[in-house]
Design a protein. Structure first.
Ligand SMILES: [Zn+2]
Length: 258
């Protein structure tokens, strides 16, 4: 948590031409917090006190940086949940995202996205055997992810709030990237063709997205439609992207899990 004086000092140093990294070194303020303030200042938005919430303040704003939020929203809808921590009277919530250990790069990207939108909240890695829960505590996760509610996501209606819908329309690619990183995959299908000169093998990369919630699946296919990427239902809760041009488009901003 940083006070107003520290924040003003950081913005002053940025205005003098120092880089975010240099300001961070001099002030011991996290780079994430400085970037967040810088972004707000650049956009002419009030630089809110670090503790405040962009959603439940007197003038709710979208969540910045918006590309990181769109990505995190995709992760949350796929593999995340929000649950109470400790004494219920304190109303503290844990945002928990589950990432397989075979994709350390995704774990880092997830933690970076959480830090980017809540720079003052600690991010923890909780090993669960084969997968890791990446969590962060805040009173404001339900404001930032109003899809929060009791029970599994596929047993309740999932709709985006107006500000979220507007945001994912502007940041469709990071949203799709988050959804695929949580509930999707990119795999290679090997197909044998018998020819006169012997067998030939062809490889076709494909993307799949699997989610039990018809609402979340719809958000995914709506996003692909906005991007003009062809998809089809391979079964009730499974979407496949297999056309060569469509796979190439997704490879441009998603690619294999890492
Ligand atoms: Zn709030």
């Amino acid at each position: 948590m940083y006070d107003v004086a520290s924040r003003n000092r950081a913005l002053e140093l940025l205005a003098q031409g120092l880089t975010v990294a240099e300001v961070s070194r001099r002030t011991q303020i996290s780079r994430w917090a400085i970037r967040d303030w810088q972004l707000r200042a650049d956009q002419g938005m009030p630089v809110a006190p670090a503790r405040s919430c962009p959603r439940c303040g007197s003038q709710p704003t979208s969540l910045a940086p918006e590309d990181k939020y769109a990505y995190l929203l995709g992760l949350y809808l796929g593999d995340g949940c929000i649950s109470p921590v400790g004494d219920p009277a304190k109303r503290i919530w844990s945002l928990r995202i589950f990432c397989a250990d075979k994709y350390p790069g995704l774990q880092t990207e997830c933690a970076d996205a959480i830090r980017a939108i809540r720079p003052d909240n600690k991010v923890r890695f909780l090993p669960l055997g084969g997968c890791t829960e990446i969590n962060s505590h805040s009173k404001h996760w339900p404001c930032m992810f109003p899809q929060h509610g009791p029970g599994k996501k596929h047993t309740r209606k999932i709709t985006l709030d107006g500000w979220q819908q507007e945001l994912v329309e502007r940041f469709t690619k990071p949203f799709v990237r988050g959804l695929i990183h949580s509930d999707g995959s990119r795999s290679t299908n090997r197909v044998r063709h018998a020819t006169e000169t012997g067998d030939r093998w062809y490889e076709y990369p494909r993307y799949f997205f699997t989610n039990e919630s018809a609402d979340i699946t719809q958000l995914f296919t709506d996003a692909l439609d906005r991007l003009g990427i062809a998809w089809r239902h391979s079964n009730r809760n499974n979407i496949s992207v297999a056309r060569r041009d469509a796979v190439a488009r997704l490879d441009g901003f998603v690619g294999p899990k890492y």
